[in-house]
Design a protein around this ligand. Sequence first.
Ligand SMILES: CSC[C@H]1O[C@H](OP(=O)(O)O)[C@H](O)[C@@H]1O
Length: 376
Amino acid sequence: MKINGTHHRTIWPDPANKEEICILDQRLLPHRIVIEKLRDPEDAITAISDMYVRGAGLIGATAGFGMYLAALKAPESGFSSFMNQYSDALGNSRPTARNLKWAIERVNREIDKVQTVGEKREKAFATGCEIADEDALFCRKIGEHGVALIAEISRRKNGEPVNILTHCNAGWLAFVDYGSATAPIYAARDAGIDIHVWVDETRPWNQGARLTAWELQQEGIPNTLICDNTGGHLMQHGLVDMVLVGSDRTTHTGDVANKIGTYLKAVAARDNGIPFYAALPSSTFDWNIDNGFDIPIEQRSENEVTQVMGLDATGAMSNVTLCAPGTKAANYGFDITPSRLVSGLITERGVVDANRDAIHKLYPEGAGTGKSEFQA
Ligand SMILES: CSC[C@H]1O[C@H](OP(=O)(O)O)[C@H](O)[C@@H]1O
């Protein structure tokens, strides 16, 4: 989507050298727009683990291109063992988003279909590009399906602005383009529907404050940044019409793993009779886990809680410590919203109830399959 009026994706092969993969380094946004180049397979692992890139869809796309960079480096003799070792290392770079291993499995499946190392390298590149293009397409389709939910609320409000609360960043910065939770928002804007977004700051990494507020501003979407604890109050006072979030992994039974704090928003939404939707492409479904509480929950550095990065008075990027030395912190990255609290899932194939029967009806291919079985 747009940065200063110009269209961007979050990841793309360098037009001048396809053996280099460009990414927006999101650690410095919104204050610094820095493009980094991934040249080695290790670069992709670092980009994911250190959150240069983040968000389920973008993690998956980075993994896809990471597998390509590995194929370029893999020796002719020992290609497969090199790729297997890299698949494991890349797959362990972050534990929660399903898209990561989904992308790795898909590239490995595709390169197994061709024989020579040269063909495998070309196939890995083509699959990396396909994953990225599909991510953007599926997110746009999520918007096409989700906009109807917003339009219905707008009709009920006689055109008054629809107030949507979102948590973390499930915007185009979390995918290749369009985003998941933001796609219906962008589609509503394009349809001329008046909307306003309450943006949870989303401690501790502040994806909402740093990324969502900025990307919505760049797209001309009215939005208000709020502290994470404000949403319940707004809901109690009729100031939220819909909660719309993303997902890092959703079980085929409808349990949603998303950024820490999402569950609390779902509880408050249910208590106030407000619809709570999760938006996700099919690459985020986990066909093998029945119970969301079996999804691995990432725990990150305490420093992300006790310290914060921002722009200081001199305009320099600065990291400051909030707490007394020796303060102990816990940093759980995600939580689980049980399907019973989810009004529906917005996918590239349509809006579906958050239950096994409905999800399997929409995706009859079911468990253990990847894009080659999922046609948009
Ligand atoms: C649906 S992708 C965006 C998703 O990813 C975020 O986590 P992180 O920024 O740590 O990768 C958050 O859970 C968003 O909802």
